[in-house]
Design a protein around this ligand. Sequence first.
Ligand code: OXD
Length: 314
Amino acid sequence: MKILINSKISQEHVEKIISGFPAVEVVQTENPQEAEKFVRDADVLITWWSNFQVAFLDSPRLRWVHALSAGVDGFLLPSILEGKVLLTNSRGIHGIPISEHVFALMLAFSRGLNHFARHQAQKKWQRVTLTELRGKTLGIVGMGSIGSEIARLGAAFGMRVMAVKRSPGPAPEGVNRVVGTEGMEMVLKESDYLVLAVPLTPETRGMIGAAQLEQMKPTAVLINIARGEVVQEEQLVAALQQGVIAGAGLDVFETEPLPADSPLWQLENCIITPHCAALSPQYMTRAIDLFCRNLDAFLQGEPMPTLVDPGRGY
Ligand code: OXD
């Protein structure tokens, strides 16, 4: 069996695959032309969505694509939708870095860091109104492994945690209420911080538009670590400009990299990070461990731990 990794991963991580599965051959290249050539006799492709080329799916031997990301919106193409090529993803390893990123953004707003960073550049000693997270309502849309870890930290900060989940069940410890999508309006109205942690699917695309932003408190802050397309960006810009909501912490955008002419860059009530919420030195070790668990299951003919259901899109 031949595995092509068309993304930069360290030799130590390549060795981890080879030592666990001595019978497999591993080829690694970041060069798009080389990848196009090597994929023709690869059985398995490991890739970031940004390196993935649609034409890879025409390779006659390819049986399985493993996404190094959790989001698979860029992979849902005919061969995968029709089940000719299996798709697995890296869900379950993002909870720690992304929840810490979410709290960095929320604390930046509550403790005025967005203002102080600007003041520092101007050598300006000026206080601003500061608030606490304790006692505030944290609304989380999407309760997969990322949403659940954000909820856990929210409870540890003494926040009142409310969550929207496609199939709601009993509230986990520390979560005050879990509602289905019909409860979205209530969560929008009550949240001081609203965090989007849903996969991008036909149901979630554009789910936050002008009407939803209008339902939020004028003091509320929106955090998006999901996908840019979950929010109607033009409507968000208008809401931030007009004070419909107080602020936004955004890691993801409709177009990435965020174009230089996006009005978001100019907004003092917007904190922008370049789609990096999941990154940390531990990421690839966790991702390769997860790939190896999938490979083991694949070779044993057992259910793969992070097989994606292409119909659902996650
Ligand atoms: C992912 C991401 O989907 O980091 O993994 O956005």
